[in-house]
Design a protein around this ligand. Sequence first.
Ligand SMILES: [Zn+2]
Length: 150
Amino acid sequence: MTSASALHAALPKLCPCGGAPTAMKRKGAEAAFADCCGRYIVQEQLPPDALHLMRSRYTAFVLENEAYLLHTWQAAFRPSSLAFEAGAKWLGLEIKDFVQTGMKDGHETAEVEFVARVRVAGKANRLHERSRFVCEEGQWQYTTAVNMAS
Ligand SMILES: [Zn+2]
């Protein structure tokens, strides 16, 4: 295990989250990092919804960008630091569901269900979670997740 406070990996050309507008995707195109999660991670734009935040957090995991992950974690649930699995190779993100879930304490809430695949030490793992998000002052933040793996 290793913890990272800075970007270890060089910035990728294509976005690790696999995001692309549907019209582009039909032609087999993939989104450039700069046009996808790079807008939030590097250019510090605010993700417009929980789905874009979820994608950018996956990408931040791939890039081992601890600062971004902590910054987008609601303070009440935020850990003091993160540990990244050494040698982990992230294989892709699949979004299963995205719903706005109403309001809580005057803030918009949403949930995103996803499957992320990662290989660690030659062993493939599948993370299937439903993550919860809240929007405070225009800024979507991750709160908690429910593990959906059976
Ligand atoms: Zn992306």
